[in-house]
Write a protein of this length. Structure first.
Length: 150
């Protein structure tokens, strides 16, 4: 994405019109339009005002990704009650079909035993609770996979 598109997406996500933003920043609507079409760019002072207006950091505004912000919003607003109702394996298997079939092929008990040992080690060594141990192990696994993938 380019800066103009980021500004446009952030403004839309904030539910503001170009006129609204122009009024709050003390500039013309045409100035907002020029920023959003990459004809010109806001100075750092105006950029900081835009970030504050859109409830973003300056870095987030520059790298604004509407999909990522929506995902972060869903995660932030998901509580344990909602989460308990979600069958994550079923949900993710729509994108990754192996999640719907591996149970018939993989020696789950073998891997589960090894993972339980790793979870117990994290709990004992670092005094994490069950959830934190699982999240740490999951994050380590993800980063190992990501590093090997590239």
């Amino acid at each position: 994405m380019n800066l103009g598109n980021n500004l446009f997406q952030a403004r839309k996500k904030a539910g503001l019109s170009q006129e609204d933003v122009a009024e709050k920043l003390g500039v013309s609507r045409q100035t907002i339009s020029k920023w959003e079409t990459d004809e010109t760019v806001p100075d750092i002072y105006q950029s900081k005002k835009l970030a504050k207006l859109y409830h973003l950091s300056l870095d987030e505004l520059i790298e604004f990704d509407v999909d990522l912000k929506e995902i972060e919003g869903v995660i932030k607003n998901t509580n344990e009650e909602k989460e308990a109702k979600i069958d994550w394996t079923n949900a993710w298997s729509k994108k990754y079909p192996v999640l719907a079939t591996y149970q018939k092929e993989v020696d789950i008990e073998k891997y589960a035993f090894q993972m339980r040992e790793m979870l117990d080690n994290l709990k004992n060594q670092y005094h994490y609770n069950n959830l934190d141990s699982m999240l740490v192990l999951k994050d380590i696994l993800y980063h190992e996979w990501k590093d090997k993938k590239c």
